[in-house]
Write a protein that binds this ligand. Structure first.
Ligand code: 13P
Length: 393
């Protein structure tokens, strides 16, 4: 792309980006900026559309349904209700979810796995069209999963940059308008400076490539719940990780108005002796976000990370008790699907009940996005935690 396509975006984004670069800080001399063009963001042919897409996903009372489990992980979900991991069963499950009448009242985006993006209902209607009919933006998981990171403390890095531009262009043609890349950071493993830098750089490269191909990137450095550390330690690591992520996003000329974030909530480690209240979690999480995330970013769409359905909803609700600079919402997989699977059990006669269960969870989180949720009447199943050590996606 030619340098002449550089444009000034807005004061918030540009001063933030400019803050990293080219300040002459020699003692005794006044700060001086080099004549490099620092307060600019590269505008691509999709910029307006990206900003519009991100805004429409981050709309009041709405969040994201994440059903982008890889075939292996979807197999684990199906196994939990005694079903084999066949394409037919995966398709039946995704059909149940994506054809739920009224889903668009609460859900503005759905993250799909590649197989699902190209699938149709048993009646031949493309899943992408089912979503469009409900005003839900189709999204796609584009990372290729985690592998060991040599030279680190048993940590991992996320693959998928090779060929990403051409894959993204194909996904756009198929109807996807946003993307997701999930990498992880482990607190008990350190995290090492190498692992954090690799996670941040990979996310930034992916974000730039996605935007270049018309997909709004969801930026997801998941800080795993694993560990027995207190909440303060999670806050410290989250601040470090997000600082690096934004540094590299800026270096890669990513348009902040055209991204969405998918952070973990700041909680104590899953094995810490003391549980934290929703208010404590909300306080720590919002503190971290206010310190690290520019207001140019339209939406914060949390992952659930192994919290119970009710916990994830209560925590989100606590974060929306006063106005935030960004839309603060959900992009849950486990915390939206657990009750659905239990209700379905793989039986066609249970599809309606399972769809009702999905609507119950979606509505609860929609209310939490608006700060109006109460856990009254929630059933015991929805209160069960789903944490799995070293969870893979
Ligand atoms: P949960 O942690 O909510 O299960 O989902 C994580 C994720 O990245 C789904 O896209």
């Amino acid at each position: 792309m030619a340098c002449s396509s550089f444009v000034k975006l807005n004061a918030a984004a540009s001063s933030w980006i400019g803050g990293h670069q080219s300040v002459n800080s020699r003692s005794g001399s006044a700060p001086r900026f080099s004549n490099r063009r620092v307060s600019v963001v590269r505008a691509g042919s999709y910029t307006d559309e990206l900003v519009k897409t991100a805004k429409s996903i981050a709309s009041p009372g709405h969040g994201i349904l994440a059903i982008d489990e890889s075939n292996a992980t979807c197999g684990k979900r199906l196994a939990s209700i005694g079903l084999d991991n066949t394409e037919t069963n995966r398709q039946a499950y995704r059909q149940l979810l994506l054809t739920t009448p009224g889903l668009g009242d609460y859900i503005s985006g759905a993250i799909l796995f590649e197989e699902t993006l190209y699938q149709s209902t048993t009646d031949g209607k493309k899943f992408v069209d089912c979503l469009r009919d409900e005003n839900i933006v189709p999204g796609i998981k584009v990372d290729k999963g985690l592998v060991p990171l040599p030279g680190s403390n048993n940590e991992s890095w996320c693959q998928g940059l090779d060929g990403l531009a051409s894959r993204s262009a194909e996904y756009y043609k198929q109807g996807a308008r946003f993307a997701k890349w999930r990498t992880v950071v482990s607190i008990p493993c350190g995290p090492s400076a190498l692992a954090v830098k690799e996670a941040a750089w990979g996310l930034a490269r992916y974000a730039a490539i996605s935007q270049d191909n018309g997909l709004v990137p969801i930026v997801e450095p998941e800080i795993l719940l694993d560990g027995d550390h207190p909440i303060e330690r999670t806050l410290e690591v989250a601040e470090k990780v997000w600082a690096e992520v934004f540094y590299y996003l800026a270096e890669n000329n990513v348009v902040f108005e055209g991204i969405l974030l998918k952070p973990s909530m700041v909680t104590p480690g899953a094995e810490h002796k003391q549980k934290a209240s929703p208010e404590t979690i909300a306080n720590h999480t919002l503190t971290m976000l206010r310190r690290r995330v520019p207001p140019a970013v339209p939406g914060i769409m949390f992952l659930s990370g192994g919290q119970s359905e009710v916990e994830a909803t209560l925590n989100l609700n606590a974060m929306n008790q006063s106005p935030n600079p960004w839309h603060v919402s959900f992009s849950y997989a486990r915390a939206l699907q657990n009750s659905v699977l239990k209700a379905w059990q793989g039986r066609p006669e249970n599809v309606e009940a399972a769809q009702k269960a999905l609507l119950v969870r979606a509505k609860a989180n929609s209310l939490a996005q608006l700060g109006k949720y109460s856990a009254e009447g929630e059933n015991e199943e929805a209160k069960k935690g789903m944490f799995v050590k070293g969870y893979t996606y």
